[in-house]
Structure formats: C-alpha cells, structure tokens
Design a protein around this ligand. Structure first.
Ligand SMILES: [Ca+2]
Length: 557
C-alpha cells in the first residue's frame, strides 16, 4: 500500500506541516512505516534571494552607517549572519555560474562576463529538480544561455534595464517566450516571485525559488517613489575616498573605476535614462532637474574636491535608493511566508553576487580581491534549525551554495563539486577541518574598468595577491591595515607569513586543479557595442537569452 499526496487537493493555506501530520497519523493508525511521500513532504523549501553588486556596507545588519534595511535585517535577526562570505571571482556572470555548479570558474567554464554559460553541465537546479523539487528562477539570470533545470523561469534578458524590462519566460516543459513589461524592474520581479508562490507552483512539492534582482547594479536608477529619498541626508564618506594608491602594486592606480573620473553623466543622472515612458520621465525629471540645475550653475566655482564630493553623494544615494526597493520587496516576501504558513518549513537565504565599493579607494564597481568586493552579504534563516540572531565568522563562499542547497534537500552532493555544505555551520557546529584559507581568481583583463588579472589567498588575517601577468605581489595585514592601504610584501617582518601564504597558494591552486595558464576562453575578445554575444563558444549558442538585446540596458560588466 502506498500513499500518494496527489489525491489531497487542498487550498494553499493547508500547510505542508499539516499534510505531514495527516500522513503521520494515517501511518500510525494503519501500522505502516512512514511512507516515502511523507519524507519528501517534509523536505524544506529553499528561497534564495539574490542581488547584484550589493555590499555589506549598505546592509544595516552589517553596517548601519548609511541606510537601514529592516527586512534584510529580519533574516539576520531570525537566522545567521555570515561575516566572511567570500566570492571566488568577483563579477556578475562568473559568480552566478559558480552558484549553479558549485565549481570554480576554470572548471565551469564561465570566467569572464560576455561568455555563454554551458547549461548542459550538471547544476544544483537540475539535481533538485530530479529529486522532486519544483525549481524556479525569477529575475536576473545573466548567464546568457537559456536556463536549464528550472520548471519555471522568467528572467531579464542580458543585463536588463531598471524600467520596463523585456523578459524571457519558459521552463523545462515550456518554450521560451519574450514578454514586455511596463514598470520598475525590482517591483516587477517581486510581483512575479509572489505570483509564482501563490498561484503557479505545485503546493504538493518542496521548492527552490531563485528570486534574483537586478538592483543595485550600475547605473543605479531608483524607483519613482524613492527618487528623492535621502536627498536631505549627508552620507558619510569612507576613510579611503581620497586614496592615491601609494604603497600598492601598480594595478590599483591603473584601474578605470574612480568616482573622480569614470562616472558618466548618465551614471550621475545628469542625463535621464532613454527608455522611460513619458509619465515615468516626467516624474524622473521633476526629481533630478532642479538638483542638476543647481549643481551645473555652481560647478564653475567649485573646487575639484567639491565636485568629487558632489559626485559621491549623488552616486551613493542613488545606489542606496535602489537597495531600498529591494529591501521592500523582501519585506513583502517575508510577510507572505508568514501569512501563508510557509515560513516554518522554508529556508530563506539572502546574498549578492559579490561586494562593491561605495567610494572606498575612491571607487565604484567590484572585481578586486580587496575586502569590499571579496566579501558578499550572506544571511540565512531556517526556523527550528538556525539559532536566531547567530553570527558566524568562518570562511564561507558562494562556492558552497550549491552543496548547501543539496544538503538542505537531502540530495547527494557530487564528489566533483568544490565547495562544502554550510548546513553544519547553520546548525551551530563548525567542523574541525573547515577551510582556514580561501583562493580567489579574477580573469577579466583586458576588460571593463581595466583591473589586472590576479589570484590570491587569504586566511582572514593576511592576504597575498599575485598580479601574475605583471609579476607583482601584494601582502596585506588585515588586522593592522583593514583598509588595505599598505603593501607589506617583501618587508622583513612579514617574511615568514609571506612564505607560508605562498605555500598555501600553491597548495590551493593544485587542490582546485588550476591550469598553469589561464584557459583560452578567458581571453576571447569582449563583445563591443552592437556585436552579437550569441557567437561565443558554448552549448548555449543560438539561445534567445544570449541574442536578445534589452532596450535601455547598459553593457554587461
Ligand atoms: Ca554583480
């Protein structure tokens, strides 16, 4: 005799836990062992909330000096905050490929933006689907090939614009279809995620929902209701805003990501976006035009330092405004989980594809192995499992996410995945052999923002970086110099540390199977304006997500 959950037609409000109780009671009455269906029914749901370029400095559970993010903080308050979540390769597409595969960029093949992800390889989404999870990805995908392993996808095309996004929807059993939308992208993605939870999913299956925002990616276009939010507030300047890159290897001075020189008029909202509706443009101009007029009239008499300060305030406020809408969307999601009864059996994870510079070192953007972009937020709530308000200081990574999802679902973790499940840490016990060091590798040079290729190792106390095409090294003492302003490589007092980290770097490169030379795919020409990305090598060749251009989107970066 077998039980089948499919005979139980019930409204969504009939929660999974009630179904489990029903089955447990039935099994007890009949004297049968608990049926497999019960075990499946009890498996936790997983909601992965993901943003693009959101740093710890703009999330108040980590740093409350710039803005409040009360809804992200709810996840931290009800769950665990990871202080040291490092990314393996700090840019958009490569981070996403790591999360899908649980493998470093040189293994999953996606090393630089502009490549096409080979969706034919094993991914955590495919494994969860095969194990009976209903899988969905909604929002920013940015892997260029059409999503595989998802029962349902509704994703931005390429980078995606902040307003009025075309999106591609489909699934394992549905043809991909492009649809147009009018409105603010963060709100649209929220509405789609809630609609999928409420109306589209099969309530009889556990699920994985990848709820992935575009925000707060460049060029930081706020929602209509937040265009003037914070306008009267002075955002504090970071200690390193005026960095002149002395005492560092040469790459720090040779990048192209300074607030001083590299923000465009569109970044600074001195010119409006090109894809707004007339109504949206009216609201936009009412917010920015008076402020721009005042700035442009005053500018001839401003000192260079005053202009940088103005740019910093404009840039950071627009960034924080974009985060504000994301935080609102998370509040709506968490409210729904509570109201629907789903909360008790749902793991909620918040993270971003990497960190970001909010003026530190005078920069915007990411890419470096320096702390602000190496670290990404990671918050996890899991009712009944994770101790509320707990904080973890171990070295964890986006490399671990795939195996964590599989472990939560009770699915076997493939031996060739390169991370490790965070479930023991979430349960409050760090294994004795947990990693004590971390390997980072950035490939996108030549490329946007002119950041040299580098790899390195950190143990959280010191950091060794090798700009291997230049033969230059940096060593930082993160306790004495947390802002990484002084390279101590080759200083006599650090000889032992330098040697030990060098040995560890060699060990990690062997352990993770790094080739001696960077794979040739990391060096293919970057697509320029008007060039078609779909011509890249890879199994995703010809897929619509790789070909379609989104109106108003900025180039991939
Ligand atoms: Ca990103």
């Amino acid at each position: 005799m077998t039980f089948t959950m499919r005979v139980m037609k019930r409204p969504l409000a009939f929660s999974v836990s009630k179904a489990a109780l029903f089955l447990a009671a039935a099994a007890t009455i009949t004297g049968l062992a608990l049926p497999e269906a019960l075990a499946a029914e009890k498996r936790p749901n997983i909601i992965f909330i993901f943003t693009d370029d959101h740093c710890q400095q703009a999330l108040s559970a980590y740093d409350a000096t710039r803005m409040a993010t009360p809804n992200m903080d709810r996840i931290a308050r009800e769950g665990m905050l990871f202080q040291r979540c490092y990314v393996t390769n700090g840019i958009c597409g490569p981070s996403r490929a790591v999360i899908q595969t649980g493998k470093y960029s040189h293994i999953n093949g996606f090393m630089v933006n502009g490549q096409v992800f080979n969706g034919d390889q094993p991914t955590m989404a495919k494994m969860l689907h095969a194990a009976g999870y209903q899988t969905a990805v909604i929002g920013k995908w940015h892997l260029e090939s059409t999503p595989q392993g998802y029962d349902y996808f509704d994703v931005l095309i390429g980078q995606g614009p902040y307003y009025n996004p075309p999106m591609l929807t489909g699934g394992i059993e549905a043809q991909a279809t492009r649809r147009e939308h009018t409105g603010y992208t963060t709100d649209i993605i929220r509405d789609k995620a809630l609609a999928w939870l409420k109306e589209q999913r099969d309530p009889e299956k556990p699920f994985l929902l990848m709820f992935q925002h575009k925000a707060p990616h460049r060029d930081w276009q706020p929602a209509p209701k937040y265009l003037t939010w914070l306008e009267e507030t002075e955002i504090p300047e970071p200690a390193t805003l005026w960095d002149v890159y002395s005492n560092r290897a040469s790459p720090a001075a040779n990048q192209a990501m300074t607030i001083k020189d590299h923000l465009t008029d569109r970044d600074l909202k001195l010119t409006p976006p090109t894809n707004l509706t007339p109504e949206q443009l009216t609201v936009w101009n009412a917010a920015y035009e008076p402020l721009n007029k005042a700035f442009l009239e005053k500018r001839p008499t401003m000192t260079p330092e005053e202009v940088i300060k103005w740019k910093y305030q404009r840039y950071v406020k627009d960034y924080l405004r974009c985060v504000k809408s994301v935080d609102d969307s998370i509040g709506d999601l968490l409210d729904y989980l509570e109201a629907s009864g789903l909360k008790d059996n749902t793991v909620v994870i918040y993270s971003s594809d990497q960190g970001w510079y909010l003026g530190e070192h005078g920069w915007y953007d990411k890419r470096w192995m320096y702390e602000e972009s190496l670290k990404t937020p990671l918050l996890v709530s899991w009712p009944g499992v994770v101790k509320p308000g707990s904080v973890n200081g171990d070295i964890v990574s986006n490399l671990d996410f795939a195996q964590t999802f599989l472990d939560i679902a009770g699915v076997e973790q493939p031996a060739d995945m390169q991370g490790r499940s965070l479930v023991p840490l979430l349960k409050g016990t760090t294994p004795a052999d947990w990693r004590k060091s971390f390997y980072y590798h950035y490939y996108e040079f030549p490329g946007a923002h002119n950041v040299a290729r580098h790899y390195g190792v950190t143990d959280g106390r010191h950091k060794l970086i090798h700009y291997y095409e230049l033969g230059e090294w940096e060593l930082f003492d993160l306790v004495k110099d947390p802002n990484e302003m002084s390279n101590v490589h080759d200083l006599p007092g650090y000889a032992d540390i330098q040697k030990a980290l060098g040995v560890e770097l060699t060990r990690l490169r062997a352990h993770y199977k790094l080739p001696a030379e960077d794979p040739v795919e990391s060096r293919r020409p970057q697509p320029g304006p008007g060039k078609e990305k779909g011509k890249a090598k890879g199994k995703g060749k010809g897929n619509p997500a790789g070909k379609a251009k989104a109106a108003g989107a900025v180039p991939a970066q």
